[in-house]
Design a protein around this ligand. Structure first.
Ligand code: G1P
Ligand code: ZN
Length: 538
């Protein structure tokens, strides 16, 4: 039986870089999640009788909202819901399921790399039929609906047991509980040379994959230890926990420090890798060699032809604006285009759909390709493994060789987290106000506020970050995070190109020291935010 429940709008249900993200207690307010899910459905057209994919990263409150989403999908007229067993689907796996089964769209429950648990973060994101995050047009429509909502529809009967694979009915709708890993593993086998990687592991290649007690545990265990024959114990923290074991499931040098320390130690395995809360980010560390995400994108693109799925070559590369220009150099050498998009995976969707780009990436540890419409953590790890299996060199050798061939883009991101929101917007405004006057001083060549004209649909996206471009090609970029849930996060991206191989061995922060000082001085960071140092350096 379908019930219509009266409700009133909540403020602030505006989807950010990756859906609606709030603290768990915010989502636990009566009708909060229901309002947003109904607004998603109200913002969409033509889904009657169609399939909706539902899954999440298993964080605290996942199960409850999965049940609600299934019951609301039934009440709103979907014909079928496909849900991962126990409500689990990594973000890239959800994207794949939507595409593979030609679903109308999907609801993905995740706050990505943000901490989970009763006081942690939660999120709801809508993905469209191409498997990618909803376009601005759709998220704007959803947001508009959240402001006028008066009721939501929900099936009164409880959702069926999602702990067992199989099919059942809820009202007129079919609920299909699926294995979260199988289809994804099948896709990976089509893209990569599993025989070569198996041979690599057989030859004694050692790896550690830190699943950070998040969603990639089951995927990595099945693929690396199961299909590829990596030693048992290769995957650590492989059981998804609702609070990620109290950790911050963000695969960077701060939160995956143990892995980093291991890879820098005498007992280091050949490769270390990690993924985030929902499985779309990746961290790659070779023995004694960290690979920055921007470099990883460039190196994956340069070597992609070694994998069967990319043997034909790449149509193009795309990177978000703050990502380093290392990939641009690869694109130039390959004679293909490199697109520069605003931050957020959704901007790659059109380029991928139109066949203009094959590989995409962001400096924030996101890399992926046209195989799905999300970034994909395990995909990046498997492409690295495929390359290592074919080249039979160490990660460090491949990295050094790449720098010799293309030059090195020294690159770092400095985050000032949870600063006062007004202070942060004041800082950005002050930079904008000086846009016309700064060039000419400090060897600044140009300055702008990044805007993107989508070459496929002609849409324009403005205000995507202040770029300061220097005469020698160096850059400082300032932007405010669109994924935080408390205060504002100021991100400062700093980059310098070094063509001279004799100068490729510097420590990154040391190589950027002058630009770092200037980034603080130009924006008056300490005076405006009270922060002398960033909270996180990546
Ligand atoms: C951050 C990253 C961005 C990524 C997004 C979702 O967004 O910077 O590259 O697409 O998370 O994972 P931000 O908080 O900077 O808006
Ligand atoms: Zn993520």
């Amino acid at each position: 039986m379908i019930e219509t429940v009266a409700t009133t709008p909540f403020d602030g249900q505006k989807p950010g870089t990756s859906g609606l993200r709030k603290k768990v207690p915010v989502f636990q307010q009566k009708n909060y999640a229901e309002n947003f899910i109904q607004s998603i459905f109200d913002g969409l057209d033509g889904f009657a009788g169609k399939t909706l994919v539902v899954g999440g990263d298993g964080r605290y409150y996942n199960r409850e909202v999965i049940g609600t989403a299934i019951r609301m999908a039934a009440a709103n007229g979907f014909g079928r819901v496909m849900v991962g067993r126990d409500g689990l689907l990594s973000t890239p796996a959800a994207s794949n399921i939507i595409r593979q089964y030609q679903a109308f769209g999907g609801i993905v429950l995740s706050a990505s790399h943000n901490p989970g648990g009763p006081d942690g973060d939660f999120g709801i994101k809508y993905n469209a039929s191409n498997g990618g995050p909803a376009s601005e047009k759709i998220t704007d429509a959803i947001f508009a609906k959240t402001k006028t909502i008066t009721s939501y529809r929900i099936e009164r009967s409880p959702a069926p047991d999602i702990g067992r694979i199989g099919s059942s009915k809820l009202g007129a709708m079919t609920v299909e509980v699926i294995d979260p890993v199988a289809d994804y593993a099948g896709l990976m086998q089509k893209l990569f040379d599993f025989d070569a990687i198996r041979a690599l592991f057989k030859s004694g290649f050692a790896m550690r994959f830190d699943a950070m007690s998040a969603i990639t545990g089951p995927y990595a265990t099945a693929i690396l230890e199961g299909l590829l024959g990596a030693a048992k114990g290769t995957v650590v923290n492989g059981t998804p926990l609702p609070d990620f074991g109290g950790h911050h499931p963000d695969p960077n040098l701060v939160h995956a420090k143990e892995l980093y320390d291991l890879l820098m130690s005498k007992d280091a395995p050949d490769l270390g890798a990690a993924s985030d809360g929902d499985g779309d980010r990746n961290l790659i560390i070779g023995r004694n060699q960290f690979v920055t995400p921007s470099d990883s994108l460039a190196m994956l693109a340069a070597n992609a032809r070694l994998a069967p799925g990319y043997a034909k070559g790449l149509a193009g590369i795309a990177r978000s604006m703050p990502t380093s220009a290392a990939a641009d150099r690869v694109a130039a050498k390959l004679g293909i285009k490199c697109y520069e998009t605003p931050t957020g995976w959704k901007f790659f969707g059109n380029l991928l759909d139109a066949g203009m780009a094959t590989i995409c990436g962001e400096e924030s540890a996101g890399t992926g390709s046209d195989h799905v419409r999300e970034k994909d953590g395990l995909w990046a790890v498997l492409l690295w493994l495929n390359i290592l299996a074919k080249r039979r060199q160490s990660v460090a050798d491949i990295v050094r060789q790449h720098w010799r061939d293309f030059g090195r883009n020294y690159y770092s991101r400095h985050d000032y987290e949870e600063v006062d929101a007004e202070a942060a917007s004041g800082l950005m405004k002050s930079l904008r106000d000086r846009m016309g006057t700064l060039p000419g001083s400090h060897a600044i060549k140009a300055m702008d506020d990044f805007a993107y004209d989508d070459p496929v649909d002609g849409s324009r996206t403005e205000g995507q970050g202040i770029r300061i471009l220097f005469e020698d090609g160096s850059r400082i970029v300032y932007r405010l995070s669109g994924t935080g849930t408390a205060g504002a996060t100021l991100r400062v991206y700093i980059e310098r190109f070094e063509p001279d191989a004799a100068r490729h061995g510097l420590e990154t922060q040391a190589a950027l020291v002058d630009l770092i000082a200037l980034s603080r001085q130009l924006a008056g960071i300490e005076a405006r935010t009270g922060r002398a140092q960033p909270s996180v350096i990546t």
